[in-house]
Design a protein around this ligand. Structure first.
Ligand SMILES: Nc1nc2c(ncn2[C@@H]2O[C@H](COP(=O)(O)OP(=O)(O)OP(=O)(O)O)[C@@H](O)[C@H]2O)c(=O)[nH]1
Ligand SMILES: [Zn+2]
Length: 333
Protein backbone atom coordinates (compact mmCIF):
# COMPACT_ATOMS: atom_id res chain seq x y z
CA UNK A 1 0.00 0.00 0.00
CA UNK A 2 1.42 3.36 -0.98
CA UNK A 3 1.80 6.08 1.61
CA UNK A 4 -1.05 8.07 0.08
CA UNK A 5 -3.36 5.05 0.15
CA UNK A 6 -2.68 4.70 3.86
CA UNK A 7 -4.05 8.22 4.17
CA UNK A 8 -7.30 7.13 2.48
CA UNK A 9 -6.39 7.95 -1.13
CA UNK A 10 -8.05 5.73 -3.74
CA UNK A 11 -8.85 5.48 -7.47
CA UNK A 12 -11.92 7.58 -6.78
CA UNK A 13 -9.58 10.54 -6.22
CA UNK A 14 -6.74 9.75 -8.64
CA UNK A 15 -9.30 9.34 -11.45
CA UNK A 16 -10.21 13.01 -10.97
CA UNK A 17 -6.71 14.26 -11.79
CA UNK A 18 -6.19 15.78 -15.18
CA UNK A 19 -2.91 15.27 -17.06
CA UNK A 20 -1.62 18.73 -16.15
CA UNK A 21 -2.18 18.09 -12.44
CA UNK A 22 0.57 15.47 -12.12
CA UNK A 23 2.91 17.90 -10.44
CA UNK A 24 0.43 18.96 -7.77
CA UNK A 25 0.48 17.57 -4.24
CA UNK A 26 -2.63 15.75 -2.92
CA UNK A 27 -3.22 16.62 0.75
CA UNK A 28 -5.95 15.77 3.21
CA UNK A 29 -7.72 18.25 5.46
CA UNK A 30 -6.93 17.32 9.06
CA UNK A 31 -8.74 20.13 10.87
CA UNK A 32 -10.95 23.08 10.10
CA UNK A 33 -10.82 26.24 12.17
CA UNK A 34 -12.59 29.55 11.85
CA UNK A 35 -9.71 31.25 10.05
CA UNK A 36 -7.56 28.43 8.74
CA UNK A 37 -7.51 24.78 7.75
CA UNK A 38 -4.71 22.32 8.37
CA UNK A 39 -3.64 19.58 6.03
CA UNK A 40 -1.52 16.46 6.17
CA UNK A 41 0.19 14.31 3.61
CA UNK A 42 1.95 10.98 3.93
CA UNK A 43 4.80 12.66 5.79
CA UNK A 44 2.66 14.40 8.43
CA UNK A 45 1.55 18.04 8.65
CA UNK A 46 1.75 19.71 5.24
CA UNK A 47 1.48 23.35 4.27
CA UNK A 48 -1.82 24.62 2.95
CA UNK A 49 -2.49 28.23 2.04
CA UNK A 50 -5.98 29.34 1.12
CA UNK A 51 -6.63 32.18 -1.31
CA UNK A 52 -7.72 35.37 0.47
CA UNK A 53 -11.35 34.99 -0.59
CA UNK A 54 -11.68 31.36 0.54
CA UNK A 55 -14.17 30.44 3.25
CA UNK A 56 -12.98 27.78 5.70
CA UNK A 57 -16.62 26.69 6.15
CA UNK A 58 -16.46 25.25 2.61
CA UNK A 59 -13.99 22.61 3.79
CA UNK A 60 -14.71 19.48 5.75
CA UNK A 61 -12.30 17.40 7.75
CA UNK A 62 -11.35 14.46 5.55
CA UNK A 63 -11.48 16.45 2.30
CA UNK A 64 -8.81 15.82 -0.32
CA UNK A 65 -7.30 18.87 -2.00
CA UNK A 66 -4.55 19.56 -4.51
CA UNK A 67 -1.90 22.07 -3.50
CA UNK A 68 1.09 23.63 -5.17
CA UNK A 69 3.97 21.54 -3.76
CA UNK A 70 6.26 24.56 -3.37
CA UNK A 71 4.02 27.32 -2.05
CA UNK A 72 1.38 25.08 -0.44
CA UNK A 73 -1.30 27.21 -2.16
CA UNK A 74 -4.63 25.49 -2.65
CA UNK A 75 -5.35 24.68 -6.28
CA UNK A 76 -8.66 22.86 -5.89
CA UNK A 77 -10.66 20.52 -3.73
CA UNK A 78 -11.38 17.09 -5.16
CA UNK A 79 -14.90 15.75 -5.44
CA UNK A 80 -16.01 14.02 -2.24
CA UNK A 81 -16.80 10.34 -2.02
CA UNK A 82 -19.03 10.92 1.00
CA UNK A 83 -20.13 14.01 2.92
CA UNK A 84 -21.83 14.11 6.30
CA UNK A 85 -23.51 17.47 6.77
CA UNK A 86 -26.21 18.85 8.97
CA UNK A 87 -28.18 22.01 9.55
CA UNK A 88 -27.99 23.36 13.06
CA UNK A 89 -31.08 25.02 14.53
CA UNK A 90 -32.50 27.47 12.03
CA UNK A 91 -29.31 27.81 10.04
CA UNK A 92 -30.00 27.69 6.36
CA UNK A 93 -26.50 26.75 5.31
CA UNK A 94 -25.46 23.20 6.07
CA UNK A 95 -22.49 22.63 8.32
CA UNK A 96 -19.97 20.29 6.75
CA UNK A 97 -19.06 17.78 9.41
CA UNK A 98 -16.83 15.15 7.79
CA UNK A 99 -15.92 14.09 4.26
CA UNK A 100 -14.69 10.89 2.66
CA UNK A 101 -15.74 8.77 5.62
CA UNK A 102 -16.07 5.03 5.02
CA UNK A 103 -17.75 4.19 8.31
CA UNK A 104 -19.96 6.42 10.39
CA UNK A 105 -19.99 5.34 14.03
CA UNK A 106 -23.31 6.55 15.42
CA UNK A 107 -22.61 6.73 19.13
CA UNK A 108 -25.35 6.45 21.74
CA UNK A 109 -25.47 5.24 25.34
CA UNK A 110 -27.27 2.42 27.14
CA UNK A 111 -29.34 4.82 29.21
CA UNK A 112 -32.04 7.48 28.87
CA UNK A 113 -30.11 9.07 26.02
CA UNK A 114 -30.99 6.09 23.80
CA UNK A 115 -33.70 7.15 21.37
CA UNK A 116 -34.88 5.21 18.34
CA UNK A 117 -36.14 8.19 16.38
CA UNK A 118 -32.82 9.99 16.88
CA UNK A 119 -30.96 6.91 15.65
CA UNK A 120 -33.21 6.79 12.60
CA UNK A 121 -32.26 10.38 11.82
CA UNK A 122 -28.58 9.51 11.99
CA UNK A 123 -29.13 6.45 9.79
CA UNK A 124 -30.89 8.58 7.18
CA UNK A 125 -28.07 11.14 7.30
CA UNK A 126 -25.51 8.33 6.92
CA UNK A 127 -27.40 7.04 3.89
CA UNK A 128 -27.50 10.53 2.43
CA UNK A 129 -23.79 11.00 3.17
CA UNK A 130 -22.85 7.74 1.47
CA UNK A 131 -21.11 6.23 4.53
CA UNK A 132 -21.76 2.83 6.11
CA UNK A 133 -23.39 3.21 9.52
CA UNK A 134 -22.39 1.26 12.62
CA UNK A 135 -24.27 1.84 15.86
CA UNK A 136 -21.99 2.02 18.88
CA UNK A 137 -23.72 1.61 22.23
CA UNK A 138 -21.48 2.94 24.98
CA UNK A 139 -21.76 2.61 28.76
CA UNK A 140 -22.71 -1.07 28.47
CA UNK A 141 -20.88 -1.46 31.79
CA UNK A 142 -23.44 0.69 33.61
CA UNK A 143 -26.51 -1.50 33.14
CA UNK A 144 -27.71 -5.10 33.29
CA UNK A 145 -30.03 -4.40 30.37
CA UNK A 146 -27.48 -3.54 27.70
CA UNK A 147 -28.78 -6.30 25.46
CA UNK A 148 -32.26 -4.79 25.40
CA UNK A 149 -30.78 -1.66 23.81
CA UNK A 150 -28.80 -3.73 21.33
CA UNK A 151 -31.85 -5.68 20.17
CA UNK A 152 -33.86 -2.47 19.65
CA UNK A 153 -31.06 -0.83 17.68
CA UNK A 154 -30.55 -3.89 15.53
CA UNK A 155 -34.24 -3.92 14.60
CA UNK A 156 -33.86 -0.50 12.94
CA UNK A 157 -32.31 -1.86 9.74
CA UNK A 158 -31.58 -5.37 8.51
CA UNK A 159 -27.88 -6.21 8.79
CA UNK A 160 -27.04 -3.06 10.74
CA UNK A 161 -23.93 -3.68 12.87
CA UNK A 162 -24.53 -2.76 16.52
CA UNK A 163 -21.57 -2.83 18.90
CA UNK A 164 -22.06 -2.83 22.63
CA UNK A 165 -19.05 -1.61 24.61
CA UNK A 166 -17.50 0.22 27.48
CA UNK A 167 -15.72 3.11 25.77
CA UNK A 168 -13.18 3.30 28.58
CA UNK A 169 -12.08 -0.31 28.23
CA UNK A 170 -9.18 -1.65 26.17
CA UNK A 171 -11.56 -3.99 24.33
CA UNK A 172 -13.29 -1.03 22.71
CA UNK A 173 -10.48 -0.75 20.19
CA UNK A 174 -10.65 -4.45 19.27
CA UNK A 175 -14.40 -4.32 18.87
CA UNK A 176 -14.18 -1.44 16.39
CA UNK A 177 -11.01 -2.70 14.65
CA UNK A 178 -12.90 -4.19 11.66
CA UNK A 179 -13.72 -0.64 10.52
CA UNK A 180 -10.39 0.95 11.44
CA UNK A 181 -7.95 -0.89 9.16
CA UNK A 182 -5.24 0.63 6.96
CA UNK A 183 -6.46 3.50 4.84
CA UNK A 184 -9.97 3.36 6.35
CA UNK A 185 -11.62 6.53 7.61
CA UNK A 186 -14.29 6.50 10.30
CA UNK A 187 -16.10 9.31 12.09
CA UNK A 188 -17.88 9.46 15.42
CA UNK A 189 -21.17 11.33 15.64
CA UNK A 190 -23.70 11.57 18.44
CA UNK A 191 -25.09 13.69 21.24
CA UNK A 192 -22.92 15.42 23.78
CA UNK A 193 -21.79 13.16 26.63
CA UNK A 194 -22.34 9.82 24.93
CA UNK A 195 -18.60 9.10 25.06
CA UNK A 196 -17.19 10.09 21.67
CA UNK A 197 -14.00 11.65 23.02
CA UNK A 198 -13.55 8.76 25.43
CA UNK A 199 -13.81 6.38 22.49
CA UNK A 200 -11.35 8.37 20.39
CA UNK A 201 -8.86 8.13 23.25
CA UNK A 202 -9.36 4.37 23.46
CA UNK A 203 -9.05 3.97 19.70
CA UNK A 204 -5.99 6.17 19.41
CA UNK A 205 -4.26 4.57 22.42
CA UNK A 206 -1.30 5.96 24.29
CA UNK A 207 1.40 5.50 21.66
CA UNK A 208 -0.66 7.64 19.32
CA UNK A 209 0.42 9.32 16.14
CA UNK A 210 -1.99 12.16 16.75
CA UNK A 211 0.58 14.45 18.32
CA UNK A 212 2.61 14.09 15.15
CA UNK A 213 -0.11 15.70 13.08
CA UNK A 214 -0.26 18.44 15.70
CA UNK A 215 -3.84 19.13 14.86
CA UNK A 216 -5.86 18.02 17.84
CA UNK A 217 -4.64 20.37 20.52
CA UNK A 218 -5.64 24.02 20.56
CA UNK A 219 -5.54 26.76 23.13
CA UNK A 220 -8.22 29.38 23.51
CA UNK A 221 -7.54 33.06 24.24
CA UNK A 222 -7.18 32.36 27.98
CA UNK A 223 -4.62 29.68 27.28
CA UNK A 224 -7.06 26.93 28.29
CA UNK A 225 -6.68 23.69 26.53
CA UNK A 226 -9.57 22.67 24.28
CA UNK A 227 -10.07 19.93 21.76
CA UNK A 228 -10.48 21.26 18.25
CA UNK A 229 -14.00 21.04 17.01
CA UNK A 230 -13.37 18.65 14.15
CA UNK A 231 -10.16 16.83 13.46
CA UNK A 232 -8.62 13.78 11.91
CA UNK A 233 -6.64 11.47 14.21
CA UNK A 234 -4.32 8.65 13.14
CA UNK A 235 -5.16 5.21 14.53
CA UNK A 236 -2.51 2.65 15.49
CA UNK A 237 -3.99 0.09 13.04
CA UNK A 238 -3.43 2.41 10.08
CA UNK A 239 -6.91 3.93 9.91
CA UNK A 240 -8.18 7.43 10.62
CA UNK A 241 -10.88 8.70 12.93
CA UNK A 242 -12.73 12.01 12.81
CA UNK A 243 -14.11 13.28 16.09
CA UNK A 244 -17.07 15.64 15.86
CA UNK A 245 -18.65 17.93 18.45
CA UNK A 246 -21.80 16.74 20.21
CA UNK A 247 -24.98 17.48 18.32
CA UNK A 248 -27.85 18.73 20.45
CA UNK A 249 -30.81 18.58 18.12
CA UNK A 250 -30.45 16.76 14.87
CA UNK A 251 -32.73 18.16 12.20
CA UNK A 252 -33.16 16.68 8.78
CA UNK A 253 -33.23 18.65 5.54
CA UNK A 254 -32.46 17.73 1.96
CA UNK A 255 -32.59 14.03 2.79
CA UNK A 256 -35.60 12.86 0.76
CA UNK A 257 -33.52 10.11 -0.88
CA UNK A 258 -32.19 8.92 2.47
CA UNK A 259 -35.72 8.74 3.87
CA UNK A 260 -36.90 6.75 0.85
CA UNK A 261 -34.08 4.25 1.24
CA UNK A 262 -34.40 3.92 5.01
CA UNK A 263 -38.19 3.64 4.89
CA UNK A 264 -38.31 1.72 1.61
CA UNK A 265 -41.13 -0.45 2.99
CA UNK A 266 -43.36 2.62 3.42
CA UNK A 267 -42.30 4.13 0.09
CA UNK A 268 -43.23 0.84 -1.59
CA UNK A 269 -46.64 0.71 0.13
CA UNK A 270 -47.34 4.36 -0.69
CA UNK A 271 -46.80 3.61 -4.38
CA UNK A 272 -49.77 1.20 -4.18
CA UNK A 273 -52.26 3.71 -2.72
CA UNK A 274 -55.28 4.44 -4.90
CA UNK A 275 -54.57 8.20 -4.98
CA UNK A 276 -51.19 9.48 -6.03
CA UNK A 277 -51.34 12.33 -3.51
CA UNK A 278 -52.61 10.05 -0.71
CA UNK A 279 -51.79 11.45 2.72
CA UNK A 280 -52.10 7.97 4.23
CA UNK A 281 -54.47 9.21 6.91
CA UNK A 282 -58.08 8.61 5.87
CA UNK A 283 -58.22 8.01 2.12
CA UNK A 284 -59.97 4.95 0.72
CA UNK A 285 -57.64 2.46 -0.92
CA UNK A 286 -54.66 3.56 1.19
CA UNK A 287 -52.12 0.72 1.15
CA UNK A 288 -50.16 2.25 4.03
CA UNK A 289 -53.15 2.34 6.38
CA UNK A 290 -54.11 -1.16 5.24
CA UNK A 291 -50.64 -2.38 6.22
CA UNK A 292 -50.99 -0.79 9.66
CA UNK A 293 -54.42 -2.41 10.09
CA UNK A 294 -53.06 -5.84 9.18
CA UNK A 295 -50.09 -5.45 11.51
CA UNK A 296 -47.60 -5.57 8.64
CA UNK A 297 -46.43 -2.03 9.40
CA UNK A 298 -45.97 -0.72 12.96
CA UNK A 299 -47.99 2.42 13.65
CA UNK A 300 -45.16 4.11 15.54
CA UNK A 301 -42.79 3.56 12.61
CA UNK A 302 -45.32 5.24 10.33
CA UNK A 303 -45.57 8.14 12.83
CA UNK A 304 -41.80 8.60 12.83
CA UNK A 305 -41.72 8.50 9.03
CA UNK A 306 -44.46 11.15 8.88
CA UNK A 307 -42.58 13.44 11.28
CA UNK A 308 -39.37 13.13 9.25
CA UNK A 309 -41.04 13.68 5.88
CA UNK A 310 -42.80 16.81 7.17
CA UNK A 311 -39.67 18.19 8.82
CA UNK A 312 -37.57 17.48 5.74
CA UNK A 313 -40.09 19.21 3.49
CA UNK A 314 -40.28 22.24 5.78
CA UNK A 315 -36.53 22.52 6.10
CA UNK A 316 -35.51 21.93 2.52
CA UNK A 317 -35.05 25.08 0.45
CA UNK A 318 -37.24 24.99 -2.62
CA UNK A 319 -36.19 28.00 -4.64
CA UNK A 320 -33.55 30.67 -4.53
CA UNK A 321 -34.67 34.17 -3.64
CA UNK A 322 -33.69 37.38 -5.46
CA UNK A 323 -30.38 37.61 -3.59
CA UNK A 324 -29.56 33.94 -3.86
CA UNK A 325 -30.95 33.32 -0.38
CA UNK A 326 -32.96 30.19 0.25
CA UNK A 327 -36.69 30.32 0.58
CA UNK A 328 -38.48 27.76 2.68
CA UNK A 329 -42.06 26.58 2.47
CA UNK A 330 -42.87 27.56 5.98
CA UNK A 331 -41.55 30.35 8.14
CA UNK A 332 -39.81 29.20 11.29
CA UNK A 333 -38.96 31.00 14.46
N1 LIG B 1 -19.08 3.97 32.52
C1 LIG B 1 -18.79 4.49 31.34
N2 LIG B 1 -18.57 5.81 31.23
C2 LIG B 1 -18.30 6.31 30.01
C3 LIG B 1 -18.27 5.50 28.85
N3 LIG B 1 -18.00 6.28 27.78
C4 LIG B 1 -17.87 7.55 28.25
N4 LIG B 1 -18.05 7.57 29.59
C5 LIG B 1 -18.04 8.76 30.46
O1 LIG B 1 -19.06 9.66 30.01
C6 LIG B 1 -18.66 11.02 30.14
C7 LIG B 1 -18.79 11.77 28.80
O2 LIG B 1 -17.87 11.21 27.86
P1 LIG B 1 -17.22 12.05 26.67
O3 LIG B 1 -16.27 11.14 26.00
O4 LIG B 1 -16.68 13.34 27.17
O5 LIG B 1 -18.48 12.35 25.77
P2 LIG B 1 -18.55 13.08 24.33
O6 LIG B 1 -19.52 12.32 23.51
O7 LIG B 1 -17.19 13.22 23.77
O8 LIG B 1 -19.14 14.48 24.68
P3 LIG B 1 -18.98 15.88 23.85
O9 LIG B 1 -17.51 16.15 23.71
O10 LIG B 1 -19.69 16.88 24.72
O11 LIG B 1 -19.66 15.69 22.54
C8 LIG B 1 -17.24 10.96 30.66
O12 LIG B 1 -17.29 11.15 32.08
C9 LIG B 1 -16.76 9.56 30.33
O13 LIG B 1 -15.79 9.08 31.23
C10 LIG B 1 -18.54 4.10 29.00
O14 LIG B 1 -18.58 3.31 28.05
N5 LIG B 1 -18.79 3.66 30.26
ZN1 LIG C 1 -52.02 6.08 1.34
Amino acid sequence: MTALKRLGWSDFFSDQLTSDEDELAPRRIASVHRSRVEAIDAGGPAALELPANANTADFAVGDWILADPISGMLVRRLERKTLFQRRAGNDTTPQLVAANVDTLFIVTSCNAEFNLSRLERYLILAEQAGSNPVIVLTKADTTEDADVFRVQAQALQPGLPVILLNGRSVEARELLAPWCGKGQTCALVGSSGVGKSTLVNSLVGSQSDTQKTGTIREYDSQGRHTTTARSLHALPGGGWVIDTPGIRTLYVSDVADGIDVFFSDIAELASQCRFRDCSHVHEPGCAVQAAVASGELAGDRLDRWRTLVTENRDRTPVVSGPHGNKIYRRKRH
